[in-house]
Design a protein around this ligand. Sequence first.
Ligand SMILES: Nc1ncnc2c1ncn2[C@@H]1O[C@H](COP(=O)(O)OP(=O)(O)OP(=O)(O)O)[C@@H](O)[C@H]1O
Ligand SMILES: [Mg+2]
Length: 312
Amino acid sequence: MFTRILVPLDGSELAEQVLPYVRILGKGLQARVELLRVFEPVSPSLADPAHGLYLDRIIASVRTQMQDYVENVAASLRKDGLTVSTIVHEGNAAASIVQEAETIPDTLVAISTHGRSGITRWVMGSTTDKVLHATSHPLLIVRVRDRPVFGPGVKLNSVLVPLDGSTIAEQALPYAVVLATALGLNVILLRVTLSAEDYPLPASDFAGYPLSRIEGLIEHGDAEAREYLETVCEKLREQGVDSVEGRVVHGHPGGTIIDMTRQIQDCLVTMTTHGVSGLDRWIRGSVANRVVRHSVDPVLVIRAMKDTPREI
Ligand SMILES: Nc1ncnc2c1ncn2[C@@H]1O[C@H](COP(=O)(O)OP(=O)(O)OP(=O)(O)O)[C@@H](O)[C@H]1O
Ligand SMILES: [Mg+2]
């Protein structure tokens, strides 16, 4: 499922904050790591042959600098026993990352939220944003921190899989199983259900609607959700996951998922780009988009495919 971890680096320390996770995943999944450094095409206006500045030499020198950088990072990863190769590419960063991922089917792209521009008011940099919306490959997004934690301080303990009951959301499960079994992680399945105040009742009925009836509907919904999660838990146990539990929580999906990540230590959220609302558009404002933009913990985003028959 993951034979290569493609790690785009722009030379900044923020970009390198993805590396502790790459170490964990590379070792646990026995996947090879490929570091990718992209540089913008060098403008021909920089050349000045009259003064010995030839375009091809300028490009060659930029390429050498980039190559030295990725080779240094590679050497430090190799010391930890990882198999690492490097690529330096001239072009647009986001397009090159997406294209390079396409060359090998089982590629996981691992990227930081921010890079050279630093921690800005944007929740993520433009390259990560573009890759998120363009790639069909699983994408691990690591939120950068002001004060990074390095080395053994970075751990993974649990995989949180938000499920809305759709088979589309369940497409994240095979990835969670691979991660949990390879890295010995707990799996927590989360189903967020409506609370009384969000229950969709026709406005005219609401005033006179007996509260006991609404509570009954909610209890019924929760019982169904718990039963659903228990069925999924059982399937995951059959697939070799030792520790798996289901949780049903009331609230709004995006916010509740993010709250849950704060309660779980060393958590990796694994979810698909779409859920019960279908594959229409991977829109800003969708639950997955909200989680990716606001989770402090890393998020593995799986591009949802056309709805598939229920397998679990
Ligand atoms: N030239 C590049 N080569 C390889 N990876 C890159 C390159 N540019 C960006 N990336 C990857 O994308 C991540 C986020 O960088 P991004 O460009 O999105 O943010 P930024 O530089 O902080 O903001 P912006 O470029 O939007 O001003 C980086 O950490 C790095 O992993
Ligand atoms: Mg950038």
